[in-house]
Design a protein around this ligand. Sequence first.
Ligand SMILES: C[S@@+](CC[C@H](N)C(=O)[O-])C[C@H]1O[C@@H](n2cnc3c(N)ncnc32)[C@H](O)[C@@H]1O
Length: 268
Amino acid sequence: MPTTEDFQVSIDAAEQYEASFVPAIFAEWAPLLADIAGVEPGHSVLDVACGTGIVARTVADRLAGRGRVVGVDRNDGMLAVARRVRPDLEWRQGDVAALPFDDRSFDAVLCQMALMFFPDRTAALRAMGRVGRPGGVVALAVPASLEEQPAYGPFVEMAARVAGPEAVSLLSTYWSCGDLRELQNTVTGAGLDVTEVRTHAGTARFASPDALAVTEVEASPLAARLGPEQYAAIRAGAGEVLAPFTGPDGTLAAPLHGHLVAARVPAS
Ligand SMILES: C[S@@+](CC[C@H](N)C(=O)[O-])C[C@H]1O[C@@H](n2cnc3c(N)ncnc32)[C@H](O)[C@@H]1O
């Protein structure tokens, strides 16, 4: 399914993304992605659509000063936060459709929770393969389908009820690479050889259901699309639909299932 959603946010939203979304959700997936990619000291690694840089930072810690890590994203706000958090790493502005790197530059090309936002996923994967060295790896992490999400399913359904079609468009895009067979076919169709596939049962941890709702809105393009009444209704609704995942102390542990795919860059 092609998408027009590209997750472009302001620098304020990018700061909130780093402060809230990253510890709650994305930090859990970065080591899993580095694992499936087989990242080790000495490698040169590209983090595509790096956002505020959680994958690049995780990889840099593994490389321990031996190798190279570069983060690339089209969003200047995300990159500004990435630079503020880790000024020692290399951050580049660029679109996945025209990655600003020579052919065969990287041992591993990683892309976490972003394939859904690329308008032409096959072309994006081909571009990732182009900058990977032959025999190197392209590795992806994406959320599983909404039908496989016991907490986000009801949350998105509720948000879709109270928000307009533009909000629904973003909220449905998140899960649009979640059909594993289709995802593997897309990777293969881009000329890469799938070598490993894992499905992981992750957990989105927030201080409360309200904190999830606030993060989902304010750290994403949704903030600009909702009126105050819609936003208030989503916050109120979150408490109801996420009650089964809320502990006695009010904290939320919401299941978030996703897929990890590793693929080899062919020799020619
Ligand atoms: C949900 S964020 C994921 C960020 C990061 N990988 C993480 O795990 O936190 C999606 C990112 O994709 C980036 N993005 C969307 N379309 C892009 C494109 N065509 N080229 C490069 N980056 C893109 C956005 O700017 C955003 O930073």
